[in-house]
Design a protein around this ligand. Structure first.
Ligand code: NI
Length: 208
């Protein structure tokens, strides 16, 4: 990854972050906003979200339209992640528990940014460690690059000195997408499971 691309990705992450702060500060969020085909424009003019084609953890092809009528709670990471990913997936599992029966309206999805190592089989075993409802998605490096670009996810391979294996450096946001495919909420790693559940519950009841 060239230095320029890396800097651009960081700039996008910051723009997304600025957008999330505004979403947080505006009560009611985007519920009154006009519907769009894909994603929303953050104050930085950045579109977030959009169509994707990937493979689920049972080796079946899926797209963003595979769960009609459902909200998607999406997180990007990788199964070899030593720290942030396990914490965030546990947070998602706890938030789903806190939602109770309403969790049936939400599909939790973990998309790998390490397609070279994360096979469907590996993803299946990994996500079930956290929650039976979690769905792991992988794909070709090109498919992963496309979905990461759509969601403004930064990721890069990093090989620590004197190591034979690599780590993935990656941005860490949980995306709440509405049934219409638009971004409704971004949660950073500082957000508690209770706050995530509360924000989702508010949007579910506003939509019904
Ligand atoms: Ni991670």
């Amino acid at each position: 990854m060239s230095r320029l691309i890396r800097l651009t990705a960081i700039a996008l992450a910051l723009a997304v972050l600025a957008g999330s702060a505004v979403l947080w500060l505006r009560p009611g969020g985007l519920s009154g906003a006009p519907r769009r085909a894909a994603g929303i424009a953050t104050p930085g003019g950045v579109q977030v979200g959009g169509p994707f084609t990937l493979v689920d953890d049972t080796d079946k092809p899926v797209t963003e339209a595979s769960w009609p009528g459902h909200w998607l709670l999406i997180y990007f990471g990788y199964t070899f992640c030593p720290d942030v990913c396990p914490t965030e997936l546990q947070t998602i599992a706890t938030a789903l528990d806190a939602l109770g029966p309403q969790a049936a309206q939400v599909v939790p999805i973990f998309i790998t940014i390490d397609p070279e190592r994360d096979t469907p089989e590996l993803m299946a075993g990994y996500v079930k460690l956290f929650d039976d409802r979690l769905i792991g998605l992988t794909g070709t490096p090109q498919q992963i690059a496309a979905v990461a670009r759509a969601y403004r996810v930064y990721y890069a391979k990093v090989t620590p000195k004197e190591s034979t294996t690599y780590l993935m450096d990656h941005s860490s946001f949980i995306y709440l997408m509405g049934p219409d495919g638009t971004l409704r909420m971004l949660f950073d790693p500082a957000t508690s499971a209770q706050d995530i559940a509360g924000a989702i519950r508010k949007r579910l009841s506003a939509a019904s």
